[in-house]
Each structure stands twice: as structure tokens, then as C-alpha cells.
Design a protein around this ligand. Structure first.
Ligand code: HEC
Length: 146
């Protein structure tokens, strides 16, 4: 059953690659690159908030990372096609980043500065983990070698 599901997923992924992105992209789903740029800005906002000991702002930034928007369906399909058998690893990095973002939020909500800083470092590690494993290859896959 799992094998069948996997095969079907791959079929759908290949089919989706043939469809026009503009047809599949809902207006409200930002491309992965924009989602990422947003994550970068939220990280900066959290750093600034920690410096000011502004825990509500730190918590708000963490919540934005934990609940970040999903890329449009066509791009998800493209990521599946790109990551192939490593797609679960890609997902696991995202799950881990959102989990660490919630930990930052919990520490900030408790006004626990050292805890927020520790959790923030773990959050950065989870961003870096995915970037080191996938970013370069994904950019090459999508936009070609530069
Ligand atoms: C599941 C994998 C994954 C995780 C987790 C992840 N990223 Fe990314 N990130 C990517 C990929 C892939 C790209 C390249 C996207 C592209 O250029 O199309 C990227 C690109 C970026 C960029 C560059 C955007 C640009 O304008 O070119 C920033 C900034 C960024 N990520 C920030 C973050 C931050 C901050 C986190 C953690 C909170 C994070 N990312 C977590 C996969 C990930």
C-alpha cells in the first residue's frame, strides 16, 4: 500500500510538472523564495526583540515562523520531484524548524531570555541544516547553474 501510494505521488508529481505554473498557483501562495525571505526578516525581528527584551514581539516573530505560509501547489510538486526519495528529509527539516520556532515562542512568552536565546540558536541550526542539505541543489534545479 505504501509503495502504491508512493508511486501515485510520483505520478502526480510528474503530471504537475507538465502543467503551467500560472494555472496552478493561487494568488495568495507566495513562492518558496518569498516565504524564505520572510523567515529571514522574522529572524532579524526576533533578534532585535531579544536585544530589547521585548518578549511579546519575539513571540510574535516566532509565531510567524511557526505558521509560515506554504508555497503554491506547483512548487510543492516541484520540490517533490527535486527531492525525490529525500522528500521526507526535506519535510523533516521544515517540521523541525517550526517546532524550534514554537520553542522560541514558549520561552519568550515566559519572559525567559536565556531560554529564548538557546531556542533561537537551535532554530538557526534547523534553517542551516536544510540550507546545507538542499538549497544549492534546489536553486540549480529551478534556475540553472549561475
Ligand atoms: C525545508 C528546508 C528549509 C528550511 C527548514 C529553511 N529553508 Fe530557507 N531556503 C530553503 C531553500 C530550498 C531555499 C532556496 C529557495 C530559492 O532560492 O528558490 C532557501 C532560501 C532561503 C533564503 C534566501 C531567500 C532569497 O531571497 O533568496 C533565506 C533568507 C532563508 N532561506 C531563510 C530561512 C530561515 C531564516 C529559516 C529558518 C527559520 C529557513 N530558511 C529554513 C529551504 C529551507
Amino acid at each position: 500500500m505504501r509503495g502504491l501510494l508512493h508511486g501515485m505521488r510520483r505520478l502526480i508529481a510528474s503530471a504537475a510538472l507538465l502543467l503551467s505554473p500560472t494555472l496552478l498557483r493561487p494568488a495568495d501562495a507566495p513562492p518558496l523564495r518569498e516565504v524564505m525571505a520572510g523567515l529571514g526578516r522574522h529572524m532579524e525581528a526576533i533578534t532585535a526583540a531579544i536585544s530589547r527584551e521585548d518578549w511579546p514581539s519575539a513571540s510574535a516573530g516566532a509565531a510567524r515562523i511557526a505558521g509560515h505560509p506554504q508555497p503554491p501547489m506547483f512548487e510543492k510538486m516541484r520540490i517533490m520531484g527535486f527531492a525525490g526519495t529525500r522528500v521526507n528529509q526535506f519535510r523533516a527539516y521544515d517540521t523541525e524548524a517550526r517546532r524550534q520556532a514554537r520553542a522560541v515562542g514558549a520561552a519568550a512568552d515566559a519572559g525567559d531570555g536565556p531560554g529564548a536565546i538557546l531556542a533561537f540558536a537551535k532554530l538557526q541550526e534547523s534553517c542551516l541544516g536544510c540550507h546545507q542539505a538542499f538549497r544549492k541543489a534546489y536553486i540549480q534545479h529551478v534556475r540553472g547553474a549561475r
